[in-house]
Design a protein. Structure first.
Length: 354
């Protein structure tokens, strides 16, 4: 049954969490973070031991009695809240991650999402709780600040990291304030791993290991021709009659104009520049080398993504790929094609509207 509930929760989040800039979704995540912070403070100050005897409880207010009686359930509440947060993060970050270095942070989130199912007995450990709380704050502010500021750069990212550290510090302060059972030295030992984790994640960013949320590649492909008509793009590509699944060219004749079309989703207020970074290698097994990096200005808001294309001419035979990159070089998506020498003539083209 735990496995069934776990999978059901992930499927539910996948269906209901539609847009990363949706106000209701972000407010729900903020509520989860606030409630998790309260659970961390209560766990740190009161522990999870069974409630005291009835004489002690009788002298307290009804709310205080309820807080003490529910102490054994604090780990389960924390587990539920972290499960909801990690599930949402895994969905949002998976839309921006690729099978490159940016998958590292996504792998960490997915690993914690699964591990959370087995963490309940360990969630009374304050050091672990504080570190996980720092991580959920960091993952949230990484995409939330670009959404609300309409800007996406290193300064915004570092501001999110600093804000995560400030919120975590405040939670630790509430745990240890006027608490005779806790020492200042213990507080430093508890918060140090959380700060070290934030520092590690900042390193992940500068190594391009964190997906470029809130940007995501909705569609991309290689085409013989791209035309804009009546608000849609006509994408022409070669397809045999039985290739019903095909939506773009996977092989392309050498020395002909070639178009790379992409649709990149961005939040409503976000206006930024992405790049079509063209790479080439002559033979399989060799490393790809830089060929060209073309800027494309995009504006957010369109559900299907901001549509744009770049084109090149006279490509040499070999393997080509186009990395769709954010301004700071993180990969949003990738389109690949094999350029080959083939006899001339007019291929039979199919048109796709996007």
């Amino acid at each position: 049954m735990p496995a069934v509930f776990f999978l059901s929760g992930v499927i539910y989040d996948t269906v209901t969490l539609t847009r990363i800039d949706r106000l209701q979704d972000n407010l729900l995540l903020l509520v989860y973070i606030l409630l998790l912070g309260i659970m961390v403070v209560l766990t740190g100050r009161l522990g999870i031991e069974p409630p005291p005897d009835r004489d002690q409880l009788a002298a307290l207010t009804p709310f205080s009695r309820w807080v003490l009686r529910t102490r054994p359930y604090y780990p389960m509440a924390s587990q539920f809240l972290m499960g909801g947060l990690f599930s949402a993060y895994a969905i949002f970050y998976s839309r921006s991650a690729t099978l490159t270095g940016t998958a590292v942070f996504l792998g960490l989130l997915v690993g914690l999402l699964v591990a959370n199912e087995f963490l309940r007995d360990r969630l009374s450990n304050l050091r672990l709780l504080i570190s996980l709380y720092a991580l959920v704050c960091f993952a949230f502010f990484t995409f939330f600040l670009p959404v609300i500021t309409g800007s996406m750069n290193s300064l915004v990212f570092l501001s999110g990291a600093v804000l995560s550290a400030v919120v975590t510090s405040r939670v630790v302060h509430l745990v240890y304030r006027d608490n005779p059972d806790r020492s200042r030295r213990e507080a430093i030992g508890v918060i140090a791993p959380a700060f070290a984790l934030i520092g590690l994640l900042i390193g992940f960013y500068f190594m391009n290991w964190i997906p470029p949320v809130p940007l995501s590649l909705k569609f991309g492909g290689i085409y013989h021709e791209v035309k804009k008509t009546d608000g849609s793009f006509e994408l022409s590509y070669e397809r045999k009659w039985f290739e019903v699944w095909k939506r773009s060219d996977t092989t392309f004749p050498a020395h002909e104009p070639i178009y790379c079309f992409t649709a990149v989703f961005a939040p409503v207020a976000l206006n930024t520049t992405v790049y079509h970074h063209w790479y080439y290698r002559e033979k399989a097994g060799r490393a790809f080398t830089h060929a060209d990096r073309i800027p494309v200005k995009i504006s957010g808001g369109r559900e299907g993504g901001y549509r744009a294309y770049t084109f090149k001419q006279q490509l040499d035979p070999g393997d080509w790929r186009v990395d769709v990159e954010s301004e700071d070089g993180r990969i949003i998506g990738r389109v690949a094609v094999k350029v080959v020498d083939q006899p001339g003539g007019s291929p039979l083209l199919t048109t796709l509207l996007y």
